[in-house]
Design a protein around this ligand. Structure first.
Ligand code: WQD
Length: 368
């Protein structure tokens, strides 16, 4: 696909990370030009080559469709230079630290990365008059929601430093958006992203001991770790283990593309095809203006034990488990009401828990 002169350019921070890399793939496949930024503190530069392999047909005609800058978002000078080097139509900001448990012992680092990084990025954006921002937020801002499924207007109550940094970023970006006058900001509250691209070329690659459930499960299945500790079987849930809303990372990535398209007033494809009016693609497209908060989840709750059982059934791999004490900061049950994203974006999660487990295992099996 050649790049149309009106092809849109999106800058993605945290672009070699788990959700960032999957979103870059979906942006390229939707026709966008992408500028990747990552400090590689929690990901590998080799992800870039894998993205190029997945999206090769979109890059063959126009190698300029994809660029990578090994930059930390807190480096204002580097970001200002990048934003001044070419027109950027919108920014998707993933860069940040994201482990609930770890954030208690590393709170200052979480504030510096997550809050400091967001402020530095938006200052550089303002200088370049870039006013469209999609922000990677988290369902952890809800804490233990009083009623489920949880909607965006539910009260926020954070139970850990990671969640606190996400909530503070949301509050800062709300003020930033209103102060800019014509800014467009989307705060996307992810539930639990899991799985991997079906090619098994990109996936979740935590360094050291995984904090999150699915990568720990796949490492136990691969024999890298002896057993999965289940953090608490005494929660007030149907089987005593915590319930979460697991969403396939590719579904989540497509939600980011849909959000950017709605901000730009486009259909689901970046390049406004001269013969197809955006408004006619997949139903009426509403342009997102001002501040929008959206839940990105499936709307289905799944327990830790149910995920383990599904993983074993789908992959044929055994996952030995140990009963362990509850983990600090965990809530018993949390799953989304995703209706607002359905309505505003015509987006919904399509992948099943089975495909999340299958793709996560294929990715783990591809690793050396
Ligand atoms: C899920 C469940 C654990 C590991 C956080 C963030 C969220 C998102 C995902 C960024 C919990 C249990 C886990 C293990 C276990 N981050 N568990 N044994 O804490 O729901 O969400 O990570 O995108 O923003 O809030 O995800 O995968 O860590 O835990 O029993 O070895 O699995 O107790 O109930 P969490 P998680």
């Amino acid at each position: 696909m050649t790049t149309s002169p009106n092809c849109k350019t999106v800058l993605v921070t945290g672009a070699t990370g788990f959700i960032g890399s999957h979103t870059v793939v979906e942006l390229l496949e939707a026709g966008y030009r992408v500028r990747m930024v990552d400090n590689l503190c929690n990901s590998e530069a080799s992800v870039l080559e894998r993205i190029e392999r997945i999206a090769h047909e979109h890059l063959t005609h126009d190698p300029k469709r994809l660029g990578f800058w090994p930059v930390d978002v807190r480096d204002s000078q580097a970001l200002e230079a990048l934003l001044a080097s070419e027109p950027i139509d919108g920014v998707i900001h993933f860069a940040g630290l994201k482990a609930v448990g770890e954030s208690f012992s590393q709170a200052p680092n979480y504030w510096d990365n997550n809050v400091g990084g967001t402020m530095a990025l938006t200052q550089a954006m303002a200088k370049a008059h870039v006013k469209r921002l999609v922000f990677s937020s988290s369902a952890t801002v809800y804490g233990q929601a009083a009623s489920l499924p949880v909607s965006e207007d539910a009260p926020t109550q954070v139970t850990n430093p990671y969640g606190r940094t996400k909530l503070v970023c949301e509050q800062f970006l709300t003020d930033w958006c209103h102060a800019s006058g014509d800014g467009q900001v989307a705060l996307l509250r992810y539930f639990n992203p899991v799985g991997a691209h079906p090619s098994a070329l990109i996936g979740e690659a935590p360094r050291g001991v995984p904090n999150n459930l699915m990568p720990f499960v796949t490492q136990v299945a691969a024999g890298i770790r002896p057993a999965l500790s289940i953090f608490g079987r005494d929660y007030p849930t149907r089987d005593g283990t915590c319930i979460r809303d697991y969403i396939h990372v590719s579904d989540l990535a497509r939600g980011h593309v849909a959000t950017m398209a709605a901000m730009l007033g486009l259909g689901p494809h970046a390049v406004t095809s001269p013969d197809i009016e955006p408004s006619t693609q997949n139903g009426p497209i509403q342009t997102l203006s001002g501040l929008t908060v959206m839940n990105f989840g499936t709307g289905q709750g799944v327990s830790v034990q149910e995920l383990v059982d599904t993983f074993e059934r789908v992959t044929g791999q055994r996952v030995p488990t140990l009963d362990a004490p509850r983990r600090q900061g965990d809530v018993a049950e949390l799953y989304a009401n995703p209706q607002r994203a359905h309505t505003l974006l015509n987006w919904r999660a399509t992948q099943t828990l089975e495909s999340m487990c299958r793709d996560a295992w294929a990715w783990q099996s591809s690793l050396p």
